[in-house]
Design a protein around this ligand. Structure first.
Ligand SMILES: NC(=O)c1ccc[n+]([C@@H]2O[C@H](COP(=O)([O-])OP(=O)(O)OC[C@H]3O[C@@H](n4cnc5c(N)ncnc54)[C@H](OP(=O)(O)O)[C@@H]3O)[C@@H](O)[C@H]2O)c1
Length: 353
């Protein structure tokens, strides 16, 4: 068997970082060589993630300026970034420079928003401030593996959780031409979607036993969804998106609605998805409505459809931290290294969380 690929996780102390550590620990081809965190450098990973105490026994976080010491010249490296947008691009750029100096072969998958736009100005108009590595934008593709056979770049920008759930529902529909290219999307996310640092609006008493919309029609991920749906489907897609906070820690559910161009049956609609995802190991078209419990903690997306012949409804459910971030990143990294796309990602959802 070939030598394992050395895996490095930037932003490893966060929620997505923790999921990357968990999934890498069980991956047959990746071996964790650095869990990078400045705030927890030198401290055992198990102090932050006690659920990983057995699988990462003896592993400690390492600071940004030290992790390269763990890597021998000329090796193969899978670099995952789970750092915040605005910071991720810069630390990835530094890693790629160091990688050149050490003659490493490195692929990067970034879970942040820093490589979701091809144009620096587009990113800056949504996120504000200067992009941290505009020269690298052309080296990243942002897409879902389910929607492209191959990519021309060595690195990937993950589309993010709301976009993953929405694009898996939207792209086959847009490609089918059965509806108008204007979609109305309502999404509900669990509280891990806001990351580890507590804020007033993400505090437990606010979110528990509660459900509310936020930033209706004004969320910054809307233009990403529209751009990515347009690129993947070849149809200029207009997206109206209303995100909601749900009273659970992990999981995400979206309901997409569109107007049929002419009468459409449920079977016609279902066939569109069955065909689109016939070879997609992580997408299942369900006969009932999708339910969070059937996907949470797995890399699966469940899709359900409904229509009265005029309105079309497509529902999708994913785990925001797995398919929507860490699992989706590993799926891409598997592809970038020509590994089976499912490597390390086959664990079923527990069903009860
Ligand atoms: N949560 C989700 O469901 C989700 C889904 C899809 C995508 N994402 C994206 O994934 C990334 C991580 O999200 P998260 O929810 O895991 O966030 P998080 O819990 O806040 O963790 C972010 C981590 O990044 C590190 N960090 C903070 N500032 C940094 C800086 N200036 N430079 C380098 N590292 C820094 C922190 O580690 P130290 O301070 O210890 O170094 C922290 O542990 C974000 O870009 C987010 O938008 C999140």
């Amino acid at each position: 068997m070939s030598a394992p690929i050395q895996a490095v996780v930037l932003g490893a102390s966060g929620y997505v970082g923790g999921e990357l550590l968990r999934l890498i620990a069980g991956h047959p081809n990746f071996r964790l060589v650095a869990a990078v965190s400045d705030s927890r450098a030198g401290r055992p990973v198990a102090d932050t993630f006690p659920h990983l105490s057995q699988v990462l026994a003896g592993v400690s976080f390492v600071a940004h300026d030290k992790w390269l010491n763990a890597i021998a010249d000329g090796g193969n490296v899978a670099l995952f970034s789970a750092a915040p947008h605005g910071a991720s691009a810069e630390i990835i750029a530094a890693a790629l420079r160091a990688s050149d100096a050490k003659r490493l072969t490195m692929h990067v998958v970034d879970s942040s928003a820093d490589f979701r736009y091809a144009e620096e100005s587009a990113w800056e108009s949504v996120y504000g401030g200067k992009h941290g590595a505009p020269d690298l934008l052309s080296q990243f593709t942002c897409a879902l593996p389910e929607h492209v056979d191959s990519i021309p770049t060595p690195h990937v920008g993950h589309p993010g959780c709301f976009a993953t759930a929405t694009l898996l529902a939207a792209v086959p529909l847009m490609r089918s031409g059965l509806t108008e290219a204007e979609i109305f999307v309502s999404g509900v996310t669990g509280s891990t979607g806001s990351g580890r640092s507590p804020q007033a609006g993400t505090h437990h008493p606010e979110r528990n036993s509660n459900l509310y919309a936020y930033k209706p029609l004004a969320h910054r991920h809307s233009p990403e969804m529209a751009g990515l749906a347009t690129a993947a489907s070849g149809r200029e897609t207009k997206v109206h998106f209303v995100p909601h906070s749900g009273p659970f820690a992990r999981g995400m559910h979206i309901t997409l609605q569109a107007r049929a161009k002419s009468s459409v049956s449920e079977q016609q609609l279902r066939d569109v998805y069955l065909q689109a995802y016939a070879n997609a190991p992580f997408v299942e078209v369900v006969t009932d409505t999708p339910k969070l419990k059937n996907v949470v903690a797995s890399n699966m997306c469940h899709i359900g459809v409904a229509t009265d012949g005029v309105s079309v409804v497509v529902m999708s459910a994913i785990d925001n931290l797995v398919k929507g971030a860490a699992g989706g990143a590993i799926q891409w990294m598997n592809r970038l290294w020509d590994l089976p796309e499912t490597a390390g990602l086959t664990a079923a959802a527990p069903g009860w969380t």
